[in-house]
Design a protein around this ligand. Structure first.
Ligand code: KG4
Ligand code: ZN
Length: 335
């Protein structure tokens, strides 16, 4: 089965072709980050317009690089939600229409299911069942994945998503958008132990998380030092490290609890924040002690991409899933 996948839920236009026998045949990603950086965050209307400009040329490019003709495809998958309504409509409109024109089935894909399954694109990827930590710019959730489409929620952030907190703290320190990876880079030069930030919601039972208080704690620390303009380069690195350690430790504690609660032996960590090196190191160490194996996407598949949508679409298509004729998206869509 060979599927064309389209991702356009936020600020990346992603296209890929996945073949269930041969694996990933081709993919391309266009990031709008430079365009949005000037505004300090994603501007939805600009995002939609840029997807319109980029999507069809990317589809053409990937089809040609993969040496695939429409006749060789079995379906077209597109991200149907959650995400920005206008941005989603571009991918859904193009994906649904191509499928119609080519006489193929179209498959709507849940963006977070794409993230969840991304580690399966790797060699020796995870099998169901497993526990998953999904940490992106829009979501932070823990769930038990029993089979494709059978996901039991375990916990979620009650306020900001983990990636959102990284981005907001980075913005506070003038690091621009998206700040997560830049903040992580600064943290590499931080002095361990200079500041200790709280690990929110870890002193009481449960698997819900909170990152908003950590953000406020960071702001107060900056203000105690005289405001962002008064920070030395070392202050910035030290604050970045203290924030990252607190966010990472919080996620590690919640994962440890989730594994104890479920007794599962496989943990999948996916979404943009799963690219974070400290998170990977600390989780690997904590889980090794419990005999739990941790699976991550390849670094290129942590953040948004078309490959995870093509892959999830292929599984859904194989299971008989089809989209109706109307072009429909779900900007809010629980997993
Ligand atoms: O999954 P993703 O591409 O988009 C959403 O579905 O939201 O995740 C993007 C998020 C951003 O918040 C970004 O700052 C964060 O992932 N991120 C990171 C790192 N790389 C990306 N956060 C911390 N450390 C990183 N290395
Ligand atoms: Zn995403």
């Amino acid at each position: 089965m060979r599927v064309l996948g389209i991702e356009s839920s936020c600020d990346e236009t992603g296209v890929a072709i996945f073949d269930t026998e041969q694996g990933l045949l081709g993919q391309a990603l266009y990031s709008q980050i430079d365009m949005h950086a000037a505004y300090g965050g994603v501007v939805p209307e600009l995002a939609s317009r840029d997807h319109v400009r980029r999507l069809l040329p990317l589809v053409r490019q990937v089809m040609s690089e993969a040496g695939t003709t429409p006749e060789q495809l079995d379906g077209v998958a597109f991200t149907a939600g959650p995400g920005l309504a206008g941005a989603l409509l571009v991918g859904a409109g193009v994906g649904r229409s191509l499928a119609y024109g080519w006489g193929l089935p179209a498959v709507p894909v849940h963006h977070m299911e794409g993230h969840l399954l991304a580690p399966m694109l790797e060699e020796d990827g995870p099998d169901f069942p497993f526990v998953a930590l999904l940490v992106s710019g829009g979501h932070s959730l823990l769930l038990e994945a029993r089979a494709l489409g059978d996901y039991a929620p375990l916990g979620e952030s009650v306020d900001d998503a983990a990636g959102e907190a990284f981005d907001k703290v980075a913005k506070m320190m003038g690091l621009g958008y998206p700040g997560g990876p830049r903040l992580a880079k600064l943290a590499e030069s931080g002095t361990a132990g200079r500041f200790r930030f709280p690990r929110p919601m870890t002193d009481r039972p449960g698997l819900d998380m909170s990152f908003s208080g950590l953000k406020t704690f960071t702001l107060n620390t900056i203000n105690d030092l005289g405001g962002v303009a008064a920070l030395s380069d070392q202050d910035r690195c030290d604050i970045a490290l203290a924030f990252q350690e607190a966010a990472v430790d919080t996620l590690v504690i919640k994962c440890r609890r989730a594994m104890e609660q479920t007794g599962a032996k496989r943990l999948v960590v996916a979404g943009g924040v799963s690219a974070n090196v400290m998170l990977r190191e600390r989780l690997d160490a904590a889980m090794a002690k419990k005999g739990v194996r941790v699976f991550y996407p390849g670094l290129a598949y942590c953040t948004d991409n078309g490959a995870m949508i093509a892959y999830a679409g292929a599984l859904r298509l194989a299971g008989g899933e089809r989209s109706g004729l109307p072009i429909a998206v779900r900007p809010r869509w629980p997993l």
